[in-house]
Write a protein that binds this ligand. Structure first.
Ligand SMILES: [Zn+2]
Length: 140
């Protein structure tokens, strides 16, 4: 259930891609020397400091590790509150700090499957939707 489209404005360049068919991926880094993944991608590997990092699309689904609800807007934040916030573990052995699409903590459980989606955050000065990444529960 992705609401993103290639015409939307990403909250920050280089964090994720949205294909024409609506499928989306976070863009991580993979180190050619040690093989570890990381997100967001950095020029050097955070594990071994090698600069042999290539950009790779990360898995669309992961498992919920930790979560909470943010009820007061952080400084500079222009989106709606409350919103969910937490940590999702991806198969690449990365824990991604992320927005969580379900704002009610009691509706979530540890280890449940979460899927990446691109969600509207606010509109920019030209009225274009600014979007960001979020993980939402997969109905099972
Ligand atoms: Zn490395």
């Amino acid at each position: 259930m992705s609401e993103g489209s290639p015409a939307d404005v990403a909250v920050r360049e280089g964090l994720f891609t949205v294909a024409a068919d609506g499928s989306c991926h976070l863009l991580g880094g993979r180190c050619a020397r040690c093989g570890e993944h990381h997100f967001p991608r950095t020029a050097t590997c955070p594990y071994c400091s090698a600069d042999e990092v290539t950009e790779v699309p990360l898995s669309e689904t992961g498992t919920l590790f930790a979560w909470t609800a943010v009820t007061a807007p952080p400084p500079g934040y222009r989106g709606a509150v409350p919103f969910g916030f937490g940590v999702v573990e991806l198969p690449e052995r990365i824990r991604v700090i992320t927005r969580i699409s379900e704002p009610e903590p009691s509706r979530l459980r540890r280890g449940q499957t979460m899927r990446l989606e691109i969600v509207p955050l606010h509109e920019d000065e030209d009225g274009r939707p600014v979007v960001t990444y979020s993980f939402g529960p997969v109905e099972t």
